[in-house]
Design a protein around this ligand. Structure first.
Ligand code: 5GP
Ligand code: ZN
Length: 119
């Protein structure tokens, strides 16, 4: 994917990011526009468009992304009070960057799961 993908460019070091954890196959960095006191994006270094594609293509790597998110949650002191891990997917999910990323939110009560009840 490379140069067309913002997060591939972050992995390549072409765009700066505040990295909080790196493993051989994953990267975690702070969101540029945080929506909570802690807002970290957790990605596989390899390009997958979304969480469904990642889970289908490399379930072990999906597990590594979760493990990195959990490690960041621990580093950020979120395990006691809790946190939210969210993968926006596709149009209805509000996904804007099509390189799979988990949003790790914490550091304050996060409110309802959805802004509105859509049921
Ligand atoms: P999505 O809507 O795709 O789930 O989330 C994309 C996220 O990427 C947004 O929260 C946005 O603030 C973040 N973002 C967009 N561009 C950059 C960037 O250049 N650097 C970082 N660190 N985050 C970014
Ligand atoms: Zn990418």
């Amino acid at each position: 994917m490379g140069s067309d993908c913002l997060f591939c460019r972050i992995v390549a070091g072409e765009i700066p990011a505040t990295v909080v954890r790196e493993t051989p196959r994953t990267l975690a960095f702070r969101d540029i526009a945080p929506k909570a006191p802690v807002h970290v994006l957790v990605i596989p270094k390899e390009h997958y468009a979304d969480v469904a594609t990642l889970a289908e293509g490399d379930p072990a790597l999906a597990g590594e992304v979760l493990a990195t998110a959990a490690a960041v949650a621990e580093d950020e002191g979120l395990l006691g009070d809790g946190f939210r891990l969210m993968f926006n997917t596709g149009a209805y999910g509000g996904q804007e960057v099509f390189h799979v990323h988990g949003h790790l939110f914490g550091g304050a009560p996060l409110g309802p799961m959805l802004a509105r009840d859509l049921a």
